[in-house]
Design a binder for this molecule. Structure first.
Ligand code: CP
Length: 310
């Protein structure tokens, strides 16, 4: 089976079959990652550049590990340590790198649409590793794999995305994916951090009362407040945000059921999530990170074998 697309720019462009294929391939790669020799030579003749114009810990390391586990040659690029600081454009930078016989590009950029722009101008396959406030497709895929492992399937499961929905590429990719896979999706948080027409535009429930949202869901995916993307004051203080919308142990214990706690990271402990929740038995935050390697192996493997698709 093949993906219907040459690039992985966003979950919006994927079919339900594409998503199922990536998740089932990731499950097979997870099995490889349990072995003493955690490598397969599937991408032995492929060279991949990881182009990071924005900081990252999880995404960058897991792409690099995924590439190494597949036997690819890997180049890591940080904009801050490159000729970007001398004024070189994104397209010039990428064309120069591709002229050195690089086959695939993994791109993180603060500008929404940067990977979509590149895809129109270069021949190489592109994976979006997070573009501004638009999408973070591999994060949504690893979140989906983590939910599937914990609850058996996505179909009919109730997932609430909590917090800064307005500025979150993780939220948008999760909403697209969960809707396509038949889950029920709610967004919860302060009205100033939830886009006005999201209910109609993206087919999600909206809840401003965090306790009601948690009582409704099977899974709460808690999001970081993206202060670096906010150019106006959208809530009074981090302390007050924590009191009104932070996930505390007391709040969890007040529910009449046990829900699954997720977070894409990085965590701001004591703001959107308290330490005793992030580290409790209901939290699968580190399983999400573990699944990131297998999901990125699957995306790289499937796209590398898909050079002919438009
Ligand atoms: N979840 C996520 O994208 O984390 P990083 O910014 O550390 O890659």
């Amino acid at each position: 089976m093949q993906l219907s697309t040459k690039h992985l720019l966003g979950i919006k462009d994927l079919t339900r079959e594409d998503i199922s294929l990536i998740l089932s391939t990731a499950t097979q790669f997870k099995e490889v990652l349990q072995r003493s020799v955690k490598k397969v030579p599937s991408l032995r003749d492929v060279t991949i550049v990881n182009l990071f114009y924005e900081n990252s810990t999880r995404t960058r390391i897991s792409f690099e590990l995924a590439e190494k586990r597949l036997g690819a040659d890997t180049i890591n690029f940080s904009a801050s340590a490159s000729s970007v600081t001398k004024g070189e454009t994104l397209l010039d930078t990428v064309n120069n790198i591709l002229s050195m016989k690089v086959d695939m590009v993994v791109l993180r950029h603060s500008a929404s649409g940067a990977p979509h722009f590149l895809a129109k101008h270069i021949p190489a396959a592109i994976i979006n590793a997070g573009d501004g406030i638009n999408e973070h497709p591999t994060q949504a895929l690893l979140d989906a794999l983590s939910i599937q492992e914990k609850l058996g399937s996505l179909e009919g499961k109730k997932i609430v995305l909590v917090g800064d929905i307005m500025h979150s590429r993780v939220a948008l990719s999760n909403i697209y994916l969960l809707n396509k896979m038949g889950a029920e999706v709610m967004v919860a948080g302060p009205p100033t951090l939830i886009p006005k027409y999201i209910k109609e535009a993206l087919n999600v429930k909206v809840e401003y009362d965090i306790k009601k949202a948690l009582a409704w869901c099977d899974v709460a995916n808690v999001l970081r407040i993206q202060l670096e993307r906010q150019n106006q004051v959208l809530f009074s203080s981090l302390r007050e945000y924590n009191l009104a919308f932070g996930i505390s142990k007391k709040l969890l214990d007040s529910l009449k059921k046990e829900i699954v706690i997720m977070h894409p990271g990085p965590i701001n402990r004591g703001v959107e999530i308290d330490s005793d929740v992030a580290d409790c038995n209901q939290s699968i935050i580190l399983q999400q990170v573990e699944n990131g390697v297998a999901v990125r192996m699957a995306a790289l493997y499937l796209l590398a074998g898909n050079k002919t698709n438009g």
